[in-house]
Design a protein around this ligand. Structure first.
Ligand code: UD1
Length: 381
């Protein structure tokens, strides 16, 4: 069985690494790793491959930045040619970034089966590009690997056939479990001059928060106020860095401890020792739940509701003047580690097993019936 894995952006890497590792040594499986190049900075890409002990991509499409249509379109054009040459039995696509959607669209149109790792999550907020990527990707997939029961329900209500829904748990937590002790040995907090449990860790990159000068200024003002009580460590995403500059807000960073995008192991160490994490990320909501660190997510909704109902996550999208009081109060809670069902570090093992059993069977059945799709047919009438 030939599997092509498509990854493109930072949050994909820690999810595909354990899946590839589990499928590695299996005689019947040949794996090809394609990096779309959506994220191309060393700090968002290469450093993650290194920390996660991933093989170098077999192919890098080098699509880079651009509008959503440009990024998705460039990925589709480049990927189409490669998938036609390689003719995999399955394409594995991960998460909810533009590369995820592009991989699903191209594969489905070439009649190549697609498996979605982290399927079914829904914020029900179509103003988020990631939600559109999630919804469309899932409609095109033949296998849906899910992380939480709400995802199974979402897929059912969208008409996805029960037989393609595989509740396997959370591969991101597989990576966390594998690397947590290694991260514990890093002297990252000493290097920053902060004490474990005594600092706030912050990330921000959602367009809704960082593309508006008013919102970004209000968030920075709240973070500045918090520095009177505890150090605030801010790991700044390239999109946010660019906007801070463009909006003339760089001075507001002065009271904070500012880092560039942080490598996987260092960030894991920083999360594990933080008093609280404030973020608008997807995956951080899940990681903090397992670590038991209080988390405030600066969004009106989440596609990962289990982190709120069972975990340490709290949504906040009100008046940012109220954020400091909330953050200080939540810092006093202490650690409450929790593992939702099947977040046991063995999700990739389940994916590998299902791949060898049902996906292998499906691909032999589909293989016989699969129409040969030529480029001419696709671009013709
Ligand atoms: C993307 C994903 C988001 C994910 C996030 C994690 C989509 C729609 N969004 O958002 O789901 O949570 O990655 O980081 O796919 N840039 C660089 N260097 C890079 C990559 C990007 O400087 O290596 C800059 C570019 O100027 C670009 C901006 O960051 O315009 C945004 O990058 P992009 O990939 O478009 O989206 P993200 O905001 O990173």
């Amino acid at each position: 069985m030939k599997i092509v894995h498509v990854v493109g952006a930072r949050p994909n890497f820690m999810k595909i690494a354990p899946v590839m590792r589990m499928l590695e040594g299996m005689d019947s499986v040949e794996q090809v790793l394609i990096h779309t190049g959506q994220h191309y900075d060393r700090t968002l890409s290469d450093d993650f491959f290194q920390d996660l002990e991933m093989p170098q991509p077999d192919i890098n499409l080098g699509v880079g930045s651009g509008s959503h249509a440009e990024q998705t379109g460039r990925t589709m054009v480049a990927l189409e040619q490669i998938l036609q040459e390689r003719r995999p039995d399955w394409v594995f696509t991960v998460g909810d970034v533009n590369s995820t959607l592009a991989a699903a669209l191209v594969s489905a149109k070439l009649c190549i089966s697609v498996a979605h790792v982290e399927a079914g999550l829904r914020s029900h907020d179509r103003s988020m590009p990631e939600e559109i990527n999630r919804v469309v990707t899932d409609q095109l997939c033949g296998a849906h690997f899910t992380t939480e029961p709400s995802a199974n329900e979402n897929l059912r209500s969208e008409g996805v056939h029960e037989s393609s829904i595989h509740f396997v748990g959370n591969v991101m937590i597989d990576s966390l479990d594998r690397y947590r002790s290694q991260a514990a040995n890093l002297d990252v907090t000493d290097a920053l001059g902060v004490d474990p449990g005594d600092y706030l860790l912050v990330t921000l990159h959602r367009p809704r928060n960082v593309d508006s000068p008013e919102r970004l200024a209000a968030i920075l003002s709240a973070l500045g106020e918090l520095t009177s009580y505890h150090p605030v460590v801010f790991s700044v995403h390239p999109r946010t860095a660019r906007n801070l500059k463009d909006f003339g807000l760089e001075e507001a960073l002065a009271p904070l401890i500012v880092l560039g995008p942080t490598r996987y192991l260092e960030f894991l160490a920083l999360m594990d020792r933080a008093g609280i994490v404030i973020s608008d990320s997807g995956g951080i909501q899940e990681e903090t739940t397992v670590l038991g660190v209080p988390c405030v997510t600066l969004r009106p909704n989440t596609e990962r509701p289990i982190t709120v109902t069972e975990g340490t996550n709290q949504l906040f999208y009100g008046d940012f003047l109220e954020l400091p009081a909330l953050a200080l109060e939540r810092m006093t809670e202490g650690r409450k580690p929790h593992r939702p069902q099947l977040w046991d570090g063995r999700a990739a093992e389940r994916i590998a097993q299902i791949t060898l059993e049902s996906l292998a069977q499906a691909c032999s059945a589909v293989g016989a019936a699969r129409p040969k799709v030529e480029t001419e047919a696709l671009i013709g009438d």
